[in-house]
Design a protein around this ligand. Structure first.
Ligand code: HSE
Length: 435
């Protein structure tokens, strides 16, 4: 008898696996009504078959043998939600080799090994859906690949790590301690298995790799992205930023300038009235500029069981539709690659800066610092000096006009050698305001 529905097997029953299972089971009838055929959760494979995930699975669905799932002839779509590179990559390639479509939320895997996966999928004529790999519930992959296909994207930037945004928000609003907040984000299921990925900007860089590849056709270039995390952000800098009218956010930024693509992840000061500056907690936001559409902003929860599960289910539904209607690939595995594009060196980017010097409160200090900045073509926009001493020095805080990263690095090296400056100067890049 011909099979009526589309069968799904999930490998990895963690936070996102549980969210996906909840949606597939609790909304089974709803999904069938919307799609016109059933989507059946046939198997979930995980080594831990005992832990309660708050889902009542039908008997026999949960197994501990991933290989059995990958080779089950009844399964049409394999959903990889185990994370990590190995054996996730091997499992996906095995599923593809067995003619199964794949859905994955694994940004680390796609950013580093995506080429092999898409190549295998093209060879075997199957789809790979990866909506859940970037920005959780925001359908940004669909937007960039489908909705904005009539645009040349000029820039794409935003907050694409919920954990670090959650931490920075708590630090800003409640002045709480960094590590306590990280523990909360872990307990809520937002953080990566290795939370350094979140706080060191690595997770954002994985996601930016995918977005930049789809937006500009730059081959997956994770290793070439300049990446800096939020671990050095202090309450003092959050407070000074606020006094200047800014918020500090971990931004992922990709911009096209002719044949050059700029890609970077770092803490960034944004004017308080910038739309992205008010994106708080676990929320993500992505700002896109396209030549036909102008600016667009996308906002939603970027992590968590149900928001990410929702994105996984959208890929399952897309692929299921394409299987049932023989409409061909909907999500598609053609990742554009433009050989003419080059990645701009970080030292060549231009941006405005926030600088916090620890200077001795003596006559002439300011002129020495401003002299070095001026000598490198760096112009000061505004400045505050606080009377309070921190270990004999006073914080001297400046905002600059746009300058080249290389000039700034050299100027700071020189300034930090001055006998009237104690400790390393803190600097943050500034975006989104007038120069
Ligand atoms: N650890 C990620 C985050 C999960 O905090 O955004 C979603 O990719």
């Amino acid at each position: 008898m011909k099979k009526q529905g589309v069968n799904v097997g999930i490998v990895g029953y963690g936070t996102v696996g549980a969210g996906t299972a909840k949606i597939l089971l609790r909304k089974q009838k709803d999904l069938e009504r919307k799609l016109g055929f059933p989507v059946v959760l046939r198997r979930i494979a995980d080594l831990d078959t005992k832990r309660d995930r708050g889902v009542k699975l039908p008997a026999g669905v949960l197994i501990n043998d991933a290989k059995a799932l990958l080779h089950d002839p009844e399964i049409d779509i394999v959903v990889e939600l185990m994370g990590g590179i190995h054996p996730a990559k091997e499992f996906i390639l095995e599923a593809i080799g067995n003619g199964k479509h794949v859905v994955t939320a694994n940004k680390a895997l796609l950013a580093t090994e995506g080429r092999d996966i898409f190549k295998a999928a093209r060879k075997n004529g199957v789809d790979v859906g990866f909506e859940a790999s970037v920005a959780g519930s925001i359908p940004i992959i669909k937007v960039v690949r489908e909705s904005l296909i009539g645009n040349n994207i000029r820039s794409i930037s935003g907050i694409i790590n919920g954990t670090s945004n959650y931490i920075l928000t708590k630090m800003t609003e409640e002045g709480v301690d960094f590590s306590a907040t990280l523990k909360e984000a872990q307990a809520l299921g937002y953080a990566e298995a290795d939370p350094t990925f979140d706080i060191e900007g690595i997770d954002s860089a994985h996601k930016l790799t995918i977005l930049a590849s789809l937006s500009f056709g730059i081959p997956f270039s994770f290793k070439k992205i300049y990446t800096e995390g939020i671990t050095k952000i202090t309450p003092l800098d959050i407070q000074f930023a606020s006094e200047f009218g800014y918020r500090i956010k971990l931004l992922a930024i990709a911009k096209q300038d002719g044949n050059n693509i700029e890609m970077r992840v770092h803490p960034t000061m944004l004017p308080k009235d910038h739309l992205i500056a008010s994106v708080n907690g676990v929320f993500n936001a992505i700002y896109i500029e396209g030549d036909s559409i102008g600016p667009h902003l996308y906002y939603g929860k970027g992590a968590g069981e149900m928001p990410t599960g929702s994105a996984v289910v959208s890929d399952i539904a897309d692929i299921a539709r394409s299987i049932k209607t023989s409409a061909g690939s909907i999500t598609g595995v053609n990742i554009p690659e433009n050989p003419d594009l080059k990645i701009k060196k970080m030292e060549d980017i231009r941006t405005c800066y926030y600088l916090r010097f620890s200077a001795l409160d003596k006559p002439g200090v300011l002129s020495r610092i401003s002299g070095i900045l001026g000598g490198r073509d760096i112009s000061i926009k505004s400045m505050i000096q606080k009377g309070r001493k921190i270990e004999k020095a006073v914080p001297l805080v400046m905002m600059t006009h746009e300058a080249r990263e290389k000039d700034m690095a050299q100027a700071l090296k020189e300034i930090d050698r001055l006998s009237v400056v104690s400790g390393k100067t803190v600097y943050l890049r500034v975006e989104g305001g007038e120069d």
